[in-house]
Write a protein that binds this ligand. Structure first.
Ligand code: ADE
Length: 258
């Protein structure tokens, strides 16, 4: 089984000291399922001041990351053996949006280079001639791509076979397109149902009795109903009422609890 290698190109290499040293991401590296390599962009400059940015042509606010160090970094880092895709990804708010499907798609690769944008932007020639993909983690502007790279790596790493103990546990999570079986909205993605653990009674707040009943069919229906309700309330964009199956509509009307 080959290792998935993430190369991160950044002007803040120390930024990544913490995020990959814990939990699943740390174990995935120990198990040699993924390798995360940090590259300091300043190391690819050729001037005395290690200049990585400059003013925008045409005027305007802020500084733009220069193309030369980024091109040099990608060309010197990437594994250019024939058949190995470079996969140069620019992290920026202008990219296509990361979701679970995109994470799945990325988890199939054997390497990717993540260019962390900074300041007011990156020279357009990087976007046009060097990158294969541009990814945003959401419709908000961060101060740079470093945090976005951490989010991408986390979401992709947990999908690499052998990283989670039970590979199929990811299939039960929200946002995974799956065949939901007969009587449900096939192929639609819905949010997770609520979960509870001990104690049964926490300061008077009780776990729904139905979950303690041992009636697995009822529990299954209750969970599905709660997941549908939560999705319609918090993320109606994922599940339009008109697309919900008749069985699910009936379930939404059903009173399962006393
Ligand atoms: N850099 C700044 N904002 C970003 C975002 N939303 N996603 C990815 N990279 C970014």
């Amino acid at each position: 089984m080959s290792v998935l290698t993430f190369h991160i190109i950044t002007i803040f290499p120390n930024y990544f000291d913490g995020p990959f040293s814990h939990g699943i991401i740390s174990q995935a590296q120990k198990k040699k399922k993924v390798s995360i390599q940090i590259h300091d962009l300043r190391g690819f400059t050729q001037d005395r001041h290690k200049t990585v940015d400059d003013r925008p042509f045409g005027g305007g606010e802020g500084m733009i990351l220069k193309p030369e160090p980024i091109f040099r970094a990608v060309e010197s880092i990437c594994d250019s053996r024939s058949g190995v895709q470079r996969n140069v990804i620019l992290l920026s708010p202008q990219g296509r949006k990361l979701n679970q499907e995109v994470a799945f798609e990325l988890s199939m690769h054997s390497q990717m280079m993540l260019i962390c944008g900074r300041y007011e932007g990156v020279d357009e020639r990087v976007r046009e001639y060097l990158t294969d993909d541009e990814i945003s983690i959401g419709d908000y502007v961060l101060s740079g791509g470093e945090l976005a790279a951490c989010v991408l790596i986390d979401s992709v790493t947990r999908l690499v076979p052998g990283v989670l103990n039970k590979d199929d546990s990811t299939l039960n999570e929200s946002f995974v397109r799956r065949n939901l079986g007969s009587g449900s909205s096939q192929g639609y993605t819905i949010l997770d149902y609520p979960q509870y653990t001990r104690p049964e009674n926490f300061q008077g707040l009780k776990v729904p009795e139905l979950l303690l009943s041992g009636d697995h069919q009822k529990i299954h229906l209750w969970r599905r109903k709660k997941a549908l309700e939560k999705t319609l309330k918090n993320r109606p964009d994922l599940l339009q009422y008109s697309h919900i199956s008749e069985a699910d509509k009936r379930l939404l009307e059903l009173k399962l609890e006393p």
